[in-house]
Design a protein around this ligand. Sequence first.
Ligand SMILES: Nc1ncnc2c1ncn2[C@@H]1O[C@H](COP(=O)(O)OP(=O)(O)OP(=O)(O)O)[C@@H](O)[C@H]1O
Ligand SMILES: [Mg+2]
Length: 334
Amino acid sequence: MEELIISVKGLSHNYGQVKAVDNISFSVEKGQIFSFLGPNGAGKTTTINILITLLPIQKGKVAISGFDLEKHQDDVRKSIGIVFQNETLDMNLTAWESMEFHGRIYSLPKEVRRPRIDELLKVVELDEKRNELVKNLSGGMKRRLEIARGLLTRPKVLFLDEPTIGLDVQTRMKIWNYIKKVNQEGVTIFLTTHYIDEADRLSDVIYIIDKGKIIANGTSESLKNSIGKDMIYLETDNDKKATKILKEMKEINDARNSSKGLVVSLKSEGTKFMPKLFDKIRNEGIEIKSINLKKPSLDDVFIQYTGRGLRDENREQNQMMSRMKMMGMSGGGH
Ligand SMILES: Nc1ncnc2c1ncn2[C@@H]1O[C@H](COP(=O)(O)OP(=O)(O)OP(=O)(O)O)[C@@H](O)[C@H]1O
Ligand SMILES: [Mg+2]
């Protein structure tokens, strides 16, 4: 059997009345890149904070690197590295000083610490910025510095909470490369993200989390395959009626009226089925306004399980429009 580096059983966490984490279980094998994918408020940071010993365990069992989290906090802390969701760098230190300071906190002897700092600053391409004050670094550079800092103690597991939040595409890709590189050198990675592409590109295993609960898990491929062969996005003049009709067709896995319109997942190739779908809907007197065929994405997986998109631009836009209307402003441009 593969060696388990993280094992979580029946973990729950409440903040007062809020069920932030609700009876979740999962395990991570040594050497994996494991992702928690979920929207804002899903419970990702709460889970990470429990695993890294920042929050107490209210309910459930956690073992990291073979150590029971409740009994051996210090041993757990020695096996992990952390990159927090919010920046935690001291703005008035230089890049090198940030590393040096961190190494001293963890009592790394100078002869170990110094060469390792040099090596890691090179890995994240910040060698030239070593004497620059943190406050003068760009957002992406700060993030890279935090990753290097998280690796200073040679952790067995590196926890990354939203590693690329708010960064531009190019910087995000660079960070993905570092994460992969670090992983190839043997570090197990546990990351959280609400970016579909990030989970998709990096992970060996993805757990989709929503409202404190795990709603699906698997590899990117298996998750996509689990919902169907192809997806059809439809806009009609009567989505409700169309959904009902489509649900009854044998070629269809599921049809639902989501925040992104009418979404249909198919059991077989969509191109063959399209004409039949057209006929069926039109015969019922429903007008098709637009139709879009595509392969399932992780967003479709999320929609299938929750009825919402992971990144609900439509809903956000609608909310904004209705707020503008309420305020008596015109939503549309000229
Ligand atoms: N310190 C706190 N006190 C009270 N409620 C909290 C606290 N921290 C988080 N919550 C609530 O717990 C739930 C889960 O929050 P959490 O930060 O774990 O989500 P998340 O998945 O990390 O979200 P995001 O993608 O926005 O970072 C949310 O409803 C949040 O409002
Ligand atoms: Mg978070």
